[in-house]
Design a protein around this ligand. Structure first.
Ligand code: BTN
Length: 242
């Protein structure tokens, strides 16, 4: 089991903790090494987007996993499960995961995960966890409504909780990851739209039917087809009811 948080490199301001962790990994830092920051000037999000948070109001966290083996095939699903447990240990909240790896509280995004892998050597797990960002401090162009843990939870407490829960999920057996993901799957049974899939059906709509054993999203389309969508490639939206 990997233990996370030692060593830890903290930056008051940096461009991106994922970038710091990547440099540390290239320089040979061991698995479990963590980089954190009070503020990022070029925080990175998924699909080439940015990630912004006011100074000191979010946990900005990147950790090195190494070596990267076959057992880490479901890492993109395991990490948000760890974040869910960490948040629930900090405050009386219930978290779900919006596939592949957004953490939601009541359909509001509280954390995002950006994995940058360099197989078979290492991966950087980047986590942005909103702790005390007020509603009017979030960027206006967010794709999903956002929220914070709240309750005056400190960055130090959040760091300790994330370190601990990552340790129990990063090397978890695939069966355990899939079972827990099914319990926390925010999309299951929901009508969704997607675009940007590299498959035969690059865009479309249907009902989310859970996750297959490779971590792909299963979708039942209106014309009776079953498709599986890969996490790196699709952009999702919930379809309005009615
Ligand atoms: C997403 O798009 O939802 C993923 C956001 C991940 C943001 C975190 S903040 C800490 C780490 N450093 C980065 O530059 N990105 C990740």
């Amino acid at each position: 089991m990997t233990s996370f948080g030692r060593p830890r490199h903290h930056f008051r301001v940096t461009d991106s903790t994922n970038e710091r962790a990547r440099e540390l990994a290239l320089a040979g830092a061991p698995g479990g090494t963590v980089a954190t920051a009070d503020k990022q000037t070029s925080g990175r999000g998924r699909r080439g987007r940015g990630w912004a948070a006011p100074s000191g109001k979010a946990l900005l966290y990147s950790a090195i996993v190494r070596p990267l083996g076959r057992e880490h095939g479901l890492l993109p699903l395991a990490v948000p499960l760890a974040v869910c447990e960490a948040v629930e240990s900090l405050a009386p909240l219930e978290c779900q995961v919006k596939w592949p790896n957004d953490v939601w509280i009541s359909e509001h995004k509280v954390a995002g995960v950006l994995l940058e892998a360099h197989p078979p050597d290492w991966a950087v797990i980047g986590i942005g966890l909103n702790l005390a960002i007020e509603a009017d401090e979030f960027p206006l162009d967010l794709r999903w409504p956002a929220t914070s843990v709240g309750g005056a939870v400190s960055a130090a407490a959040a760091l300790a909780a994330v370190n601990q829960r990552l340790g129990s999920w990063v090397d978890a057996a695939p069966r355990r990851v899939l079972e827990e993901f099914a319990e926390r799957d925010a999309l299951r049974g929901r009508e969704i739209r997607w675009e940007g899939a590299g498959s035969a059906v690059p865009s479309g709509a249907g009902r989310a039917e859970g996750i297959d054993d490779k971590g792909n999203l299963l979708v039942a389309t209106e014309d009776g087809q079953y498709l599986s969508l890969g996490g790196g490639e699709v952009q999702l939206a919930l379809r309005a009811a009615g």
